[in-house]
Write a protein that binds this ligand. Structure first.
Ligand code: BDP
Length: 689
């Protein structure tokens, strides 16, 4: 088993009360989505029970899949259905002429597809339907993967091979992988995909490429997945040969209107644009002294007649600005609140720096009220050990989503802002930067499939619990044997904290190696941008360590609501996980448990290492529960992770020790080599330890 089937394994199960269900199935209607439902049922039945599906024309079949209509009012009252949105579904065991029948119903065909997937997952997990039935619907409207894929098939920050979009073969060849990609996404409720990198290439908007994009859209449509593209702001110059891309210029407006019309000719249900502007070298409205709102509205106006949306990224920061990078997006967007068109949604990373192993939530959440905001999580592990380090990210996503911003008093969680609930926005969306590539198992590490899965689940329901997600993923992907599920779930749920411990404990951030961000690099300094240096972020000196974001420092704390500002301004009341994010503290500052900061830091590094090593042993004890191929693959990556956790610990402790001048505390292993040695390690040739 090479992992290609992801969590859609449909491995064989005995003892299921559902064994007979596929021997008579009634499915109403004809469409490509109905065909997708039939295809999925056939795969599931074959895999789980080695039986073919027998379709029946009799409504009384064992399994009945049908849009909700008058005839079903007796079994599911109308008000039950009214509370469900278009994409929701209801699954219920009902009595049909004396016999029992499972009914899957919904208001739309996509709802039926989602219901079918959920039902099949229940069967695989061997779960019973509750007697009152089971209904569910997504809370967030647009649940979107962002591919940072380039047209030459390289993937920015991709660690799982090349891009799965084979532009050369498209549109004439449709690879099975595109269909399987759509199935996997739909099975967790993802309903949109941005095909191209935010560092955009305007060529994607040419007819030659649009034809290819249209071919992909055609594959995804039956699965309810819309296609979006990244729009390079300077496209009117590059493609249209205009002299300017000024958003207020009438010719520029016309160029975008025509371009959008052309796109909709190719793809009638095109979703819209994602834009990175005025950031890290990308062109944008600043080039014409215009605001982010003027830039976004230009594209929004062009998309409006077709119901398309603009996802305008807030990841805007400038090398000229003397401000703390953590403050810049807020400073830029706060004054523009209320100036965006109603089909613009501002896409904000979970934290204000850049996908660090841990960040406090971005102050724009709760900062903007009149503008809908969407969350951008990174699924690909740019700062979290790339492909080889196991880090289950659901707990990190959950931590962010459940944080109280206090924007409208207590209970104003980030999740309520993202779902549009808190400020009554009807447009709601969430994005995850994909970790998918051409590797046979899609994501490099088998366990990183769980992060794609988790993103989908939290996008569907941002109140979902990490432990449920882990439980489901393990059972669908590997086995429902509790002796396997329990230890693996424990490993997964603790893994993000473990990585934080051996990389950036206590609120440290951005101390990775230069540029590629793999491995430790607290010594990185002297680069042309101050805010790309590790030394800028950790500020280590003989006096202490940490970035002062209080009123005495950069005052980034001012951007949060007063409750949080107050709590986080005092190191004594700041959660220790954010201590050095907000404070510069002396090496002998006393932590909650009475230890001094230096000792506490060192011990956390050691804890991370110990856990990474223990994970290898846990996994070894599970040999035989799953296939040898995935077992060996995971084992080999876990060993790499344990070795590299040690590399991180040794490098960081020796580096910071130069400043703390304190001994490595008891219980923490002393590095065997000197700092120069760890500095000299090239990530391509990390020696086994
Ligand atoms: C950073 C990445 C860079 C991306 C940028 C972005 O290092 O490759 O282009 O974010 O999000 O994390 O635009």
């Amino acid at each position: 088993n090479d992992g290609y089937k992801l969590w859609l394994q449909y491995y064989s199960i005995n003892n299921s009360s559902y064994r007979e269900i596929f021997s008579s199935v009634y499915i109403e209607g004809e469409s490509s989505t109905i065909d997708a439902i039939k295809d999925e049922l056939a795969r599931a039945s074959k895999g789980m029970f080695d039986e073919d599906v027998v379709e029946s024309s009799d409504e009384g079949a064992n399994l009945r899949i049908q849009l909700y209509d008058q005839g079903l009012r007796d079994v599911i009252p109308e008000d039950e259905m009214n509370s469900l949105s278009e994409q929701g579904f209801f699954i219920k065991e009902i009595n049909y002429n004396g016999a029992s029948q499972v009914l899957i119903t919904a208001k739309s065909q996509i709802g039926l597809l989602y219901g079918t997937f959920r039902f099949l997952q229940k069967i695989q997990k061997n779960e019973k339907l509750p007697t009152y039935g089971f209904k569910d619907a997504p809370t967030i409207e647009h649940r979107i993967l962002n591919h940072w894929d380039n047209l030459d098939r390289t993937v920015e920050r991709g660690y799982s091979g090349f891009s799965i979009w084979n532009w050369h073969r498209l549109p004439r060849h449709i690879d099975q992988q595109y269909i399987d990609y759509a199935r996997a996404n739909a099975s967790v409720g993802i309903n949109g995909t941005v095909l191209t990198n935010v560092n955009a290439n305007s060529l994607i908007l040419t007819p030659e490429y649009l034809e290819k994009v249209a071919a992909l859209a055609e594959v995804f449509r039956p699965y309810g997945i819309k296609v979006y593209l990244t729009a390079r702001f300077s496209s009117p110059i590059e493609l249209g040969k205009l002299e300017t891309a000024d958003p207020l210029d009438p010719e520029v407006k016309k160029w975008w209107a025509d371009k959008v019309e052309e796109i909709y000719d190719y793809i009638p249900d095109f979703g819209g644009f994602l834009v990175k502007a005025d950031s890290e070298g990308q062109p944008g409205p600043h080039n014409y002294k215009r605001t982010q709102a003027e830039g976004a509205n230009l594209l929004a106006d062009a998309l409006k007649p077709y119901n398309g949306i603009v996802m305008w990224r807030a990841f805007v920061y400038s090398e000229e600005s003397p401000e703390d990078r953590a403050k810049q997006a807020y400073n830029e967007f706060k004054p523009l609140d209320g100036q965006f068109r109603d089909n613009v949604i501002v896409q904000v990373k979970n934290g204000a720096i850049d996908f660090q192993p841990r960040e406090p939530f971005h102050s724009l959440f709760g900062g903007l009220e009149k503008t809908p905001l969407m969350m951008e999580f990174q699924i690909t592990q740019e700062y979290l050990g790339h492909d080889t380090h196991l880090a289950f990210l659901a707990p990190m996503y959950e931590e962010i989503l459940q944080t109280d911003t206090h924007a409208k008093g207590e209970g104003s969680t980030v999740s309520k802002i993202v779902s549009g609930q808190l400020f009554n926005h009807s447009l709601s969306a969430i994005a995850g930067v994909s970790n998918i590539g051409s590797d046979r198992n899609w994501t490099g590490h088998h366990f990183h499939q769980a992060n794609w899965f988790a993103f989908g689940r939290l996008a569907w329901n941002p109140e979902e619990k990490s432990s449920n997600i882990a439980d489901d993923w393990i059972k669908l992907t590997f086995s429902s044997n509790e002796e396997f599920v329990r230890p693996v779930k424990d490993v997964m749920l603790a893994s993000h904290e473990m990585v934080v411990n051996y990389m950036t404990p206590l609120g440290l951030h951005h101390i990775m190696a230069w540029d590629h961000h793999y491995g430790p690099g607290p010594w990185v300094t002297g680069k042309h941008r101050e805010d790309w240096n590790s030394t800028y972020y950790h500020q280590a000196s003989e006096y202490g360590i940490g970035f002062d974001r209080t009123a005495e420092g950069s005052d980034a704390l001012k951007q949060y609501h007063p409750e949080l500002e107050k709590q986080w301004s005092d190191p004594e009341t700041t959660p220790e996980k954010f201590l050095l994010w907000f404070h510069h503290l002396p090496w002998d500052y006393t932590l909650e448990n009475g230890e001094i900061l230096w000792d506490g830091l060192a011990k956390r590094y050691q804890e991370g290492v110990d856990e990474a090593r223990s994970n290898v042993e846990v996994w070894r004890s599970l040999e035989g529960f799953i296939d040898a191929e995935r077992y060996e693959h995971v084992l080999s990556f876990l060993k790499i992770q344990a070795e590299e956790a040690e590399w991180w610990k040794n490098a960081c402790l020796l580096y910071f020790q130069q400043y703390s001048q304190k001994p490595i505390p008891e219980g923490v292993e002393k590095p065997e080599k000197d700092l120069e040695y760890y500095k000299s390690i090239d990530p391509k040739f990390v020696p086994g330890i």
